[in-house]
Design a protein around this ligand. Structure first.
Ligand code: SAM
Length: 259
């Protein structure tokens, strides 16, 4: 048995009820192209393999990968021993001849860059079932107006429908983390909920760079107050009060090319 490594965000699931609840939420079907991020000691891998016979998994820890290969290598698991942040999901989807269903009790230490990496590969993904710190799941699923609503929520919103499924206490893991976790289903849209281009990311990043400041202040290098008002948005509003579609409207008023 390999010891948990903090630098890889290793907290291994051991609660059979939570494992069953996650597998039931994924509801994998034979023939689907599943890919598990961070299989660890195989808590989800084992029950999932029983249901879908073969799938891919990405694990950075060579020692764990060695054990997984021994246990599941001839039972349908194809292991990619690498950093998921460098993994090309598009190439895998092409090799499997279909879009991917991504699942995982994700390494919490890289949660935000990982979500943005997955967002970059959205064209190759059908849906994601992810476990993360509850606080991150609340940010992903937040509605405008609250403290959880921010850059992450707004960047994912055009492309994903997010559903907070259930919470998981620290006792379900070994070692037990300091925080609660939660599981969410993220369903990828074929087309964005509203038109989005590079200006959207620029506007959202600038607006949330100083949450307490108004749009007039944070967006001044991209748009002046009159241009914001012309989108029927109050230039004196704070960023957390705008819906993702309203950010889309403001972004489409930014003059191109961006500098
Ligand atoms: N799925 C297992 C479970 O539920 O018990 C393990 C979950 S543990 C929270 C996160 C897993 O992701 C570990 O196996 C860890 O080694 C792996 N991991 C961490 N960083 C990674 C990275 N950058 N790329 C791929 N795997 C990574």
């Amino acid at each position: 048995m390999v010891l948990a490594r903090k630098r890889f965000g290793q907290n291994f699931l051991h609660d059979p009820n939570v494992i069953a609840q996650i597998v039931e939420s994924i509801d994998p079907q034979p023939g689907e192209a599943l890919v598990e991020i961070g299989p660890g000691q195989g808590a989800l891998t084992e029950p999932l393999l029983k249901l879908c016979e073969e799938f891919d998994a990405i694990e950075i820890d060579r020692d764990l990968a060695g054990e997984l290969q021994q246990r599941f290598g001839d039972r349908g698991l194809t292991l990619h021993v690498c950093d998921v942040l460098e993994f090309d999901f598009a190439t895998l989807a092409k090799a499997r001849g279909q879009k991917l269903r991504v699942i995982g009790n994700l390494p919490y230490n890289v949660s935000t860059p990982l979500l943005f990496h997955l967002l970059d590969h959205r064209a190759s993904i059908v849906d994601l079932h992810v476990m993360l710190q509850r606080e991150v799941i609340e940010r992903i699923c937040a509605a405008p107006g609250g403290g959880d609503y921010g850059r992450l929520t707004v960047m994912l919103a055009p492309w994903l429908t997010a559903q907070h499924l259930f919470d998981v206490g620290p006792g379900a893991f070994r070692p037990a983390p300091q925080v609660w976790s939660a599981v969410a289903r993220l369903t990828v849209h074929e087309t964005p909920a509203f038109p989005v281009d590079a200006r959207y990311a620029r506007v959202v990043a600038a607006a949330f760079s100083k949450r307490r400041k108004t749009l007039r202040n944070t967006l001044h290098t991209l748009l002046d107050a009159e241009a914001i008002a012309a989108c029927h948005i109050d230039p004196g509003a704070r960023p957390e009060t705008l819906s993702p579609a309203e950010f889309g409207r403001v972004a489409s008023a930014v003059r191109e090319p961006l500098v």
